[in-house]
Design a binder for this molecule. Structure first.
Ligand code: B1M
Length: 210
């Protein structure tokens, strides 16, 4: 079995104790960190989601797979994130109200940070009020980023975008993303940008402030 297959299997099986060393071994064998992330981890979470949808697994299995992925990403992070000395400004990010999913949001935060922004991660289930408070409290906010993974939390994203725009606060761009979000939806709710994945979110953030 290849290292990538072993990592995928450990994520799917929620093998939190061995995932860190498997990722380290793969890195030591010069496996591309992006391949570990995309093929070993993100793809596997898609498989986990499909199994959940079919009723082959339930929330606890989905949860331990998510925990294993988080652990794996922790080990991978230093190899994915670049180093920049100059700050491009602050990015406020969070998963919208009612949404507890944070793996994708954490990856977006990590990529935006490595692109040169100071990232304030508000976590999950973030209310509009908390987003607005954070924008007011931080200096040089250039990007406000909303993540949603559930069709049922898309209205919360819409409400947050509308409230931030109506708040009179200025000087930043709003970006949105997450599995059910599309470019059309982003436009429809008045966001300044949409991206389908973490890497392109960082590119978009830089482009929007240029
Ligand atoms: Co949930 N869940 N979940 N879940 N979960 C999904 C999203 C689901 C598609 C599974 C399925 O049915 N196939 C489904 C949603 C269906 C729908 O809305 N139509 C679902 C459901 C139904 C639920 C519950 C309702 C289940 C229940 O309780 N009955 C419940 C809701 C809880 C809540 O939020 N209120 C729930 C709970 C959970 C867990 C807690 C068990 C766990 C989350 C743990 C955690 O995040 N800490 C979980 C998981 C793990 C998943 C799946 C399997 C994997 C999500 C993930 O981490 N993917 C997911 C199925 C799937 O996605 N195929 C599923 C890997 C991650 C890297 O990808 O998050 O998509 P993703 O992020 C990507 C892009 O979307 C993008 O970049 C990232 C990578 O490059 N992106 C952005 C994300 N945010 C962005 C922001 C941007 C730009 C890009 O700009 C700001």
């Amino acid at each position: 079995m290849s290292k990538l297959e072993a990592i995928a299997q450990a994520i799917e099986g929620g093998k939190i104790k061995i995932i860190g060393s498997l990722v380290e071994e793969a890195l030591a064998e010069q496996v591309d960190p992006l391949a570990i992330l995309n093929q070993g981890m993100i793809q596997t979470m898609g498989i986990v989601g499909d199994k959940f949808k079919r009723g082959d697994i339930f929330v606890p299995e989905m949860l331990i797979a998510a925990k294993a992925m988080k652990k794996g990403v922790e080990v991978l992070k230093p190899r994915l994130a670049g180093q920049t000395d100059v700050s491009l400004g602050t990015c406020i990010i969070g998963s919208v109200a009612g949404d507890m999913h944070d793996i994708g949001k954490n990856l977006v935060a990590m990529m935006i940070e490595s692109a040169g922004f100071d990232v304030i991660d508000l976590g999950v289930d973030v209310s509009t009020e908390v987003f607005i408070k954070a924008i007011k409290e931080h200096q040089k906010v250039k990007i406000v980023a909303f993540s949603a993974l559930l069709t049922t939390t898309m209205p919360a994203m819409k409400a947050s975008v509308a409230a931030v725009k109506a708040s009179g606060l200025e000087g930043f761009k709003i970006i949105v993303g997450g599995a059910p979000i599309t470019e059309d939806y982003a436009l429809q709710i008045g966001a300044d940008g949409y991206s389908p994945d973490a890497g392109s979110a960082a590119v978009l953030a830089k482009k929007l402030i240029a």
